[in-house]
Design a protein around this ligand. Structure first.
Ligand code: SF4
Length: 376
């Protein structure tokens, strides 16, 4: 089963920290973009993926909730027409709290969306202002209630830690509030302040700084402990879920799965070939309208790259990498290949290695980039 990712690059305003592929909403460009997206989906379907089915559709962005329900229905319809999409497919839409009402959410649900992922980031107004988000904490709470009123029983919230000026206790306020709301799924990310981001300038001007590393470790570990105490299970470095509510789509990225990515800047990985579409929205629309392929990079991955990639992503999972399966899939002995480089992490207590699995320890998770660099 593969996944289908749809990139929606439009936002009502650009947040000061954002490094995603997005631009300001423009109604005319949006109309042309949706038509191009549908056309790309149809062409890929005509390319033939016989015998394979999709069981996830994921609208990511940008701000997919700026689409109309009719746009969403047309895109889902194109996916179902072009591919064998399972009737019970997980269909996720990323939504910003300020863009929705109970009615719009109900219409997304009628269009076929069955999972919402809200970009909440924080339940503190001062933090949201520093991130130049358009919503406040009350709007985030209301959006969550509206999702329930609209009938969604699978809701995820994104929160961000290590915000400018944020103390451990302030981060935990947001975590506690999320727990009190009771979504099925939560993603907890660490803010990365990019070199040329307006946020970096805002921070310098206002003399905001990020908490020291030791505090971030406490933010991360304490929030995971509180979430586990509240019945969530951490299944990936940044993700927790109630039983049975893991993100089926995102798991494909971490379990050596396959997915088509449609839209500007989207990546795809199918049959050991990886490609990336042109990033700029207007270039993407122009290419599709002219009948040209939108991919600007495409290559068959070597067996070595696929193995490294499978290990790199699987170590993000709490259950770790199923080494027996990976060895069989790639016809290798992964320990013979990587063991000499990994042994010091095993000795240092960052990585647990058994015949069946390799797994980062809690301490290893905090230094995951270091361990994973072995596979890149
Ligand atoms: S809403 Fe999300 S994608 Fe859009 S600018 Fe803000 S962070 Fe970036």
């Amino acid at each position: 089963m593969f996944g289908l990712y749809l990139h929606i690059p439009f936002c009502a305003a650009i947040c000061n920290y954002c490094n995603f592929n997005r631009g300001l909403f423009d109604a005319d460009l949006k109309t042309r973009y949706v038509a191009a997206l549908i056309s790309e989906i149809e062409r890929a379907g005509a390319g033939g993926q016989a015998g394979k089915s999709a069981d996830t559709i994921y609208f990511g962005g940008g701000t997919p909730s700026l689409l109309s329900a009719d746009d969403v229905a047309s895109i889902i319809g194109a996916c179902r027409q072009a591919f064998d999409v399972a009737p019970d497919a997980e269909v996720t839409l990323e939504a910003n709290p300020e863009t929705v009402t109970t009615d719009t959410l109900r219409s997304f649900r009628d269009a076929g969306v069955n999972r919402l992922s809200f970009g909440v980031q924080s339940f503190r107004d001062d933090e949201l202002r520093r991130l130049t988000r358009l919503h406040g904490a009350d709007r985030a709470r209301a959006a969550y209630r509206e999702a329930r009123a609209a009938g969604f029983d699978n809701v995820s919230l994104d929160l961000m830690m290590w915000l400018p000026g944020q103390q451990v206790s302030q981060w935990l306020e947001s975590v506690d509030e999320a727990i009190a709301l009771g979504p099925e799924h939560l993603s907890l990310y660490m803010l990365e302040v990019y070199p040329n981001s307006p946020l970096r300038e805002d921070m310098a001007r206002a003399a905001w700084s990020q908490a020291p590393d030791d505090d971030v470790a406490v933010m991360y570990s304490t929030s995971m402990e509180r979430l586990e105490g509240a019945g969530y299970r951490q299944y990936e470095i940044s993700n927790v879920a109630r039983p049975g509510r893991l993100s089926r789509h995102n798991l494909k990225y971490w379990t050596d799965g396959e997915w088509f990515g449609f839209g500007c800047g989207a990546h795809s990985t199918i049959g050991g070939v990886r490609w990336k579409n042109v990033s700029a929205t207007d270039d993407y629309v122009t290419r599709i309208s002219a009948g040209r392929p939108p991919a600007v990079e495409s290559r068959r991955m070597t067996a070595e790259e696929r193995l490294g990639d499978a290990l790199f992503t699987a170590l993000r999972l709490s259950e770790g990498a199923d080494i027996a399966a990976i060895n069989e899939r790639y016809g290798v002995d992964a320990w013979a290949r990587f063991g000499p480089d990994l042994d010091r992490y095993v000795q240092g207590g960052l990585l647990e290695v058994t015949e069946a699995r390799w797994r980062l320890t809690r301490q290893g998770i905090l230094l995951a980039h270091e361990v994973m660099a072995v596979f890149v």
